[in-house]
Each structure stands twice: as C-alpha cells, then as structure tokens.
Design a protein around this ligand. Structure first.
Ligand code: CTP
Length: 398
C-alpha cells in the first residue's frame, strides 16, 4: 500500500523523536520514499545523520542550505502526506498562530497535501487547556490527528501523552490515505477462526484454526476499498485497521446467525472459518465429573453456513468457500464447490508442508465454477490473501 508513496516527515523537539528511526525504517521497507525536515530542537534528541542514512535523503533544517533555498513549497507539493511526528507543544502552538520561523513551519503553512499530526508531550502539558484548544484549532484547519497513547512518559510518570507507535502511524496512513478503489462500494462478509462448541461450563470442542487467513483476507479486502465485516470465532488475532467491522462469535450457531444477518447486504461472501460440523446436543449446566473409564457425548450436526448462503445467493453475490483436505483433495473440493453452490473454492491440503492451520504460510489452489483451476506456491498468508482477492476481483470484472 505504501509502495512509491511519498512521505514527508517533520520531526520536532521531543524525546519521542527516537521513534522516528523505526518509523523511517518501516516506511522504507514498505517501498515508500521518505524525506525529512527537522527543527533545531529535534536535533538535540535524534541525529540527522541517522535520519538521512535511513531515509536515503538529506535531512533539511534551514530555509537555505549551502546558499541554496530549501524550497518548502515544492516539498509540500512533492509529498502525498506530510506527517509531523513527534509534534511538540511548542510547534503545535505555532501552527495555530501561523508562525513561520523555521523550514518545518514554512512547509506546513504551504503544504497542499494532507497533514497528519502525531503529538507527544507530558500528561500535564497534554491536558493543559491551551493544548486542548490548540488541538481543536488545528483540527478545524483540516489537519489529521493521531491520538496520543497512555503509558510511561519521559518524566517517569504514567499517563496520557505518548506519541503513537510507528506501527500505529503506518496503519493510520494506510487506512486514511492509501486504500485503493478496486472494491469501492462493495461490502464483503468474511468468516474466520474456529468455533467453540461447549460441553459444560469449562470445556468445549474446537479445532486448531488460528484465524490468520480470514484476518489477512479482511485486511486485504479493506485495503482494496471494500467495506468489510469480519465474523470471527475465538482467536488471538488483532485487526490492523479500525475501519473493519469485527463481530466476535463463539459457536457455529452464533456464526450462522451473524452471517445470516449480514449476508443480504453483502456483495462478496468468503467463508474461511473452520466451523465445527457437530455440536453437543446438551450443554451440561455443571462441570462433567470424572466417573467411568469412558465417556460418550452425543453430538448433532451444525447448520452449514456456506451451504445456506449458496441456497439464498443472488446473481450479484460472489460466494467463496474454503476446503481443508487431507486426502482426495481435488475431488473433495470440487464436490464442495458444486454442492454448496459457491463461485469458487480455495483448497488447501494438510499434506502440504507448512500450510494450513497454525502456520503463517499457506499453499492454495483456487477452483472456479467455470472449471478453471489456479495453483499457487507456498506463501505467507498475507500474500495468499492478495492472490485470493486479486482472483476474486478478476472474476467480478469478467
Ligand atoms: N462451512 C460452513 N459451515 C459449516 C461447516 C463448514 O460455512 N457448518 C464452510 C467452511 O467455512 C468452508 C467450507 O464450508 O468454507 C468447507 O468446510 P469443510 O470443513 O472443509 O467442509 P465440510 O463441508 O464441513 O465437510 P468435511 O468436514 O466433511 O470435509
């Protein structure tokens, strides 16, 4: 998402300036082009040499350099986004008043690109009425604010005022400015993770699904501009983007209900969850006690969400199922494709090394209802999600 994006970073005098080293590294790693302006105070906290080495560009501080004018107007036009991080209390106040006594301020005042501010200060400064007022003022100018976090501050006190972490800043930039438009206007419903089928108040039946594949799909769909609803079973996974609607469920029955509620308004439906096929007929109210040498639990079939969605699918909906197989992979996946009336099935085999449940990597084959079959190499699940989403987009545009 950040490939070839031009990011201008303004660094002001704050202890949080050390975090900019990581921010630059992450941006450059993702393919962004980075230029940096510092204030004089910033150079007390972070060395321009580190910043220029990591960004592969000279670091600008003065309105002129070696008798040449540092063109602040051009800088603000070059950038896709200008982010001031960390933003000190002092520079914030100058922004509100339109003061222009250094290169960073001149660039801010003449920037035509979006401006993002990541404040960093001590809690008492952050909570001071003048800071509150100044933040409201710069917001009213159309500047974007990345909220401060809570935690240990430079003063040693614990409280609000920490600058957002570099990873959060990157996610904010991606979410706010760099989503693409391929799926703009489309709503995508995705299921992820395992389901838990309760036996008693402390035990359940489940499987090893981590949810990683479904989460990666949700993020990739969102990056391509779609509105995304992710219905997920219990998982440790965390979504990168705040804009994705996450619906947490526990059992197959809960997942079924959440999908039925959201399906009618969805254009693309991707069932990547490992839903339990059977659930205990009764959930014991008290903990099951250890008595006999063996124990039988009677199970009943759960409702098949993918199958039900296939039955009610409209001609405008695109339905994707998953098949995790251990034997007769292609035949089983083809049967699922037809029986469940999906548009395509993503097949992954447990016989492929490092693929499937629990791994960060996956190896898939996509079977389309037209008979087309596309095989992919073993890849990171985020890359696999890109392949699946590109495949779906190509079929929508057929
Ligand atoms: N699925 C579903 N609801 C269920 C069971 C499965 O929506 N109650 C979906 C899965 O999310 C997946 C597809 O159906 O997209 C295939 O799931 P899988 O477990 O591989 O197949 P089953 O139909 O359950 O058949 P089996 O377990 O016998 O292979």
């Amino acid at each position: 998402m950040l490939e070839n994006k031009k990011i201008l970073i303004g660094v002001t005098g704050s202890i949080a300036a050390y975090k900019i080293i990581l921010l630059i590294r992450l941006l450059v790693k993702e393919g962004a082009e980075v230029k940096i302006i510092v204030t004089k105070a910033a150079t007390d906290f972070v060395s321009p040499l580190i910043l220029s080495t990591l960004s592969k560009n000279i670091v600008l501080q003065d309105l002129s350099l070696n008798s040449e004018w540092a063109n602040h107007v051009q800088l603000g036009r070059w950038a896709d986004v200008f982010i001031i991080a960390p933003l000190s209390c002092n520079t914030l106040a100058k922004f509100t008043a339109g003061i222009c006594d250094n290169l960073l301020l001149a660039t801010y005042l003449s920037a035509t690109c979006p401006v993002v501010l990541a404040p960093a200060m001590d809690e008492d400064m952050w909570k001071h009425p003048s800071t509150k007022r100044n933040i409201e003022t710069v917001k009213s100018f159309g500047n974007h604010i990345i909220n401060v976090g809570s935690g240990e501050l430079a003063s040693g006190l614990i409280g609000e005022g920490r600058m957002a972490e570099p990873e959060q800043i990157i996610t904010y930039l991606k979410e706010t400015f760099f989503r693409t438009k391929e799926l703009h206007g489309k709503t995508v419903l995705i299921t992820a993770g395992p389901t838990y089928e309760s036996l008693d108040p402390v035990r359940f039946i489940s499987n090893y699904s981590s949810g990683k594949m479904g989460f990666a799909l949700a993020e990739e769909m969102f990056a391509k501009g779609a509105s995304v609803i992710l219905v997920t079973g219990p998982t440790k996974e965390v979504l990168a983007f705040e804009g994705i609607k996450r619906v947490d469920v526990v059992s197959a029955n809960d997942m079924f209900n959440a999908c039925m509620e959201n399906a009618p308004t969805s254009d693309i439906l991707i069932m990547s969850a490992a839903v339990a096929d059977y659930t205990p007929i009764t959930i014991e109210k008290e903990k099951i006690k250890k008595k006999e040498d063996s124990l039988s639990v009677e199970l009943t079939k759960t409702r098949d969400i993918l199958f039900s969605l296939g039955q009610q699918k409209t001609s405008n909906q695109f339905l994707v199922g998953f098949a995790l197989e251990t034997n007769n992979e292609m035949d089983n996946a083809l049967q699922k494709l037809h029986k469940k009336k999906a548009d395509c099935i993503v097949l992954n085999s447990l016989n492929d090394k490092n693929a499937g449940f629990g791994y960060d990597t996956n190896k898939i084959t996509i079977l389309h209802k037209s008979g087309e079959t596309v095989e992919f190499d073993l890849k990171n699940k985020k890359e696999v999600a890109k392949d699946i989403v590109s495949f779906i987009i190509s079929k929508l545009n057929d």
